[in-house]
Design a protein around this ligand. Sequence first.
Ligand code: PMP
Ligand code: GLU
Length: 381
Amino acid sequence: MYLSERVKKVSPSATLSLNARVKELLRKGEEVVNLTTGEPDFPTPETIKQAGIKAIQENFTGYTPPPGIPELREAVREKFLKENGLNYAVEEIMVTCGAKDALFLLFQSILNTGDEVIIFSPYWVSYPEQVKLAGGNPVIIPTGTEHIPELDQFKKYITPRTRAVILNSPCNPSGKVFPPELIEKITEVCIEKDIYLVSDEIYEEIIFKGKPFSPAALSPAAKKITLTINGVSKTYAMTGWRIGYVGGHKEVIQAMSKVQSQSVSCASSISQRAALAALKSGKEEISRMVAIFQERKEFVENRLDKLSVFTPSPIEGTFYAFPRINYQGMSSEEFSFYLLDKAKVAVVPGKPFGKEGYIRLSFATSLDNLQKAFLRIEKVL
Ligand code: PMP
Ligand code: GLU
C-alpha cells in the first residue's frame, strides 16, 4: 500500500510492542514474567477513580477546550509553583493526552524539515521517532558507562540547525538522576544559543537519590526557552487515563494547542476530572508507592550484583534497572530473546534505547514476580 516516506522512516514503540507481545503470550497460557512494562502495577488510587466516575455521572462527557479544562490548568499552575518553583501563568500551560502527546505536539510545533534535536543516549524510545515524524533529525549523543551527558560533548554537537535538546531526569531507561549543576550548565548553553530545552520530568516523584530539578525555575531566560513536560501516568498510577501536561512560552503553548485542536481535539473530559482529583490529592499515595518501588529496587540491585553476566549501575530514580550484559557475545536483542525463550522472562533490549550491550528490566511489578524472574534467570545463566 502507498505509505508516506515520513511514516516509513519511523519504528513502532519497542516498549509498547514488546509489552503487547508478552501479554499475548500470557493470554495463550505461557508462564512469562513480564519485566518490560513501564507502568506502575498499582491500581489508580480510589479517590481519583471516584472523580472519574462522578464526572460520568454528572454528564461531564463533552469536548473540552483543546488546552484543557480551566480548573485542571489552574491546578497544574499551582503544582508547578508549589513543587517546582515555576511561575507559569495559566496561558503558559496545557493539558495533553499523556506526556507523549505533549512531546508530539511540541515537535510538530517547533520543528521545520531538517531541524536537529539533540538526544542523549540511552533515551526513551519515542524521542527520536517523534522528532522524525515532525520532519526533524534526531542527533544522538552517546554517554559513558554512567549514562550522564557531558557538557563539552553537548557543545560540540550544536550546529546552526539545532532547535532543541531533550533532558529526561530521572532518566528512562538508565535510572539516573542528572546532577543539578550539569542541568544548569546545559540550560545556560541553550539560553546562549537560543535552543529549546525540553525537560521531561515525568519520573520526578520516583526518585531514590538526589532531588528533581526543573531548569525552567533557574531564571526568566531559562523559563523562556524551556518546555516542562510532566503528567499523572507514573506518579498516580494513571497510565491508561492518558493525561499529561506542559508548561512553556505562551506562543509555543498556543501553537501546540492549535495542533491539538486539529488532531485529537482535547484530552478526555472524564480523565481530566480524575487528573484534577489526583493533583489535589496530597502525597500519601505517592509516598506509599515510592516506598514499594524502593524495596523492589534494592531487591533487583542485589540480585543483579550476584550474577557476573550483569554489570549494574546504581538506580537513582524511575522503576528501571539498566545493567550492562556480557553473555556469550550476544547482542542485547539476542540476549533478551534468549531470556524470553529459555527463562520465560521478558525484558527490553538496550538497542531501541540507543545503547547496545544493555537491557532494561522494569520493577513496576510485584516482589513475587521479581523473585520468580531472578530464580529463572539465575538457573538459565
Ligand atoms: N517520557 C518518558 C521518559 C516516559 O518513560 C514516558 C512513559 N511512557 C512518557 C514520557 C510518556 O508517558 P505518558 O504519555 O503516559 O504520560
Ligand atoms: N514509558 C514506558 C516505557 O518506557 C511506557 C511505554 C511507552 O509509552 O513507551 O516502557
